[in-house]
Design a protein around this ligand. Structure first.
Ligand SMILES: Cc1cc2nc3c(=O)[nH]c(=O)nc-3n(C[C@H](O)[C@H](O)[C@H](O)COP(=O)(O)OP(=O)(O)OC[C@H]3O[C@@H](n4cnc5c(N)ncnc54)[C@H](O)[C@@H]3O)c2cc1C
Length: 489
């Protein structure tokens, strides 16, 4: 016998039908199940009209609605405040329980506490489930029951904790017969993008929905064994490009980890490395949960508090440097190509995220929080935990971060990871005619080589806005305050 007559599944960042924890639990515990999604007015309001993520989410919601309709249900979509919409929908439909997958961002956790209270006040139960990660934050702890702050032992324990059950799919798609249609008085037409205040002209560069995720994964599966060899070269199709799908849950993390884990057990080194990246994702979720000070809205703190003593560059010159960095005109072609990639597509290759983050913090001396915030506005796969983790890794203030004295040389990185300048040529056509050798540092090219490539530095393409060697020394001095702070302890 069912526990509830009517349950409501609240979809958030889990826009799929297959292997969905909350949907599975609702379908197996309720006689009838309705499904809902809320476009959060407060989140959407500050976004620019041409934000790429909203069309992606919209298209994914449309696809999810179709999948639910095919099985006898539908997706009720609202545009408003979840704190109002979910309890009122539960009331309108007569649901006795709401089911959702856990969300780990501080603002989402606060929202869920408020929604749970409001529902409880109305006598409606609220159940949440682990779905977004392989392990919840308290599943992988040190022997002393503390959270890990170093990745390698975390990963070792993560792998040791894994059992076949951990990666087992929830058979939600096999239990859809309990899906129901909302009562006719409940409006359930998906608002158009225009009605939400966004432009359909900025369709997602990546195919949306579960169909989009599966086509990317099909394409990647064959390349997984090469991942370890190819993943650092931005001109090569090495990574999976699945980040945006993991962000919005159009594919199950369990399915991806299972595939990598199986391949790894058969000696596939590429799969082993890729699985490690999925573990990094869990690791940063755990860090954000246990050390929420790193992601307090509007006040992100350094994981290592002494790093908040660093005096970052401010003022007009720093603002001008920041603008040049954002717009891809620093005079360092690999940095500029990377920034143009994120500006044009909402994606940036992982190696380049490390390079540009290091350049901003350690060549320009600008606070990592400004770069973190810039990425947040643009990344299709923006994830507070990983973005914060990545930025603090590069700035050396994070847990298990790059030591502060390790400073990427943007020219050497370019020569090593884009040796033929293929990636640079794509995004920085101004320097495309330079040789494979000169393209990494145009200011070092001989005048006749520049003339042959028809480049007047300072006019056609900027001279470097800082000298790396000088900046390196300034950074080491800037970070001295950290050494001092550590010695005091
Ligand atoms: C400064 C900086 C900012 C970053 N911001 C984000 C972010 O906002 N969102 C985000 O998902 N990742 C972020 N990353 C991590 C990484 O760059 C992206 O996950 C990856 O580039 C996404 O591309 P992909 O899906 O093709 O990755 P793949 O290489 O195919 O990896 C598969 C998945 O593993 C996870 N993953 C891979 N690398 C990492 C990592 N270093 N840390 C955590 N998870 C990882 C992601 O979910 C990724 O989609 C950031 C890294 C840095 C250095």
């Amino acid at each position: 016998m069912a526990d509830f007559d009517l349950g409501l599944v609240w979809f958030r960042r889990d826009l799929r039908v297959a292997d969905h924890a909350a949907l599975y639990h609702a379908l197996t515990r309720c006689r009838r199940v309705l499904c809902a999604f809320v476009f959060d007015r407060e989140i959407l309001a500050p976004l620019p009209k041409n934000d790429r993520r909203v069309p992606f989410i919209h298209a994914s919601a449309v696809e999810l609605d179709q999948a639910l309709r095919d099985a006898g249900g539908s997706l009720i979509v609202r545009h408003g405040a979840p704190l109002e919409e979910i309890p009122s929908l539960a009331r309108e439909c007569g649901a006795q329980a709401v089911f959702a997958n856990r969300d780990y961002e501080p603002s989402a956790k606060a929202r869920d506490v408020a929604v749970a209270e409001r529902l409880a006040g109305a006598g409606v139960a609220f159940f949440t489930f682990k779905d977004q990660t392989i392990f919840d934050h308290d599943n992988v702890l040190t022997g002393a029951g503390k959270p890990y702050t170093v990745f390698t032992p975390y990963k070792r324990n993560w792998l040791a904790t894994l059992t076949p059950d951990t990666l087992k799919p929830y058979a939600s798609e096999d239990a859809l017969s309990a899906l129901a249609k909302p009562p006719s008085r409940v409006k359930h037409v998906i608002p158009s993008l225009d009605a939400l205040g966004f432009s359909a002209r900025h369709a997602p560069a990546l195919p949306a929905g579960t169909s989009g995720a599966l086509s990317l994964f099909d394409d990647f599966r064959d390349r997984m064994s090469d991942y370890q060899r190819t993943r650092d070269f931005p001109a090569v199709k090495g990574p999976s490009y699945l980040g945006v799908h993991l962000r919005h849950g159009t594919i199950s993390i369990r399915a991806l980890a299972r595939s990598a884990h199986d391949a790894q057990r058969h000696g596939n080194r590429g799969a082993e490395t890729w699985l490690s990246e999925l573990v990094w994702r869990d690791f940063y979720f755990s860090v954000l949960h246990h050390f929420p000070q790193v992601g307090v809205p509007g006040d992100h703190r350094a994981f290592k508090p002494e790093y908040d003593r660093i005096k970052w560059e401010t003022g007009d010159a720093a603002d001008a440097h920041f603008a040049a960095w954002c717009e891809g005109r620093t005079g360092y072609p690999l940095v500029d190509a990377a920034m143009r990639q994120i500006n044009q597509s909402g994606y940036m290759h992982n190696r380049l995220r490390m390079v540009v983050a290091s350049f901003l913090t350690k060549d320009l001396g600008i606070d990592w929080r400004r770069g973190e915030a810039y990425f947040e506005t643009l990344l299709n796969d923006f994830e507070l935990s990983s973005n914060n983790g990545g930025w603090q890794w590069a700035a050396s203030s994070g847990c298990d971060a790059q030591p502060y004295f390790r400073i990427f040389n943007p020219v050497t990185q370019s020569e090593k990871f884009d040796p033929k300048g293929k990636f640079i040529r794509h995004y920085v056509p101004e320097v495309a005619a330079l040789s494979d050798k000169d393209i990494h540092a145009p200011w070092r090219a001989r005048p006749d080589a520049l003339a042959a490539a028809k480049i007047a530095l300072g006019a056609d393409y900027p001279l470097p806005i800082v000298d790396h060697e000088t900046a390196r020394k300034t950074t080491l001095a800037r970070y001295d305050v950290v050494k001092g702070a550590r010695n005091e302890r």
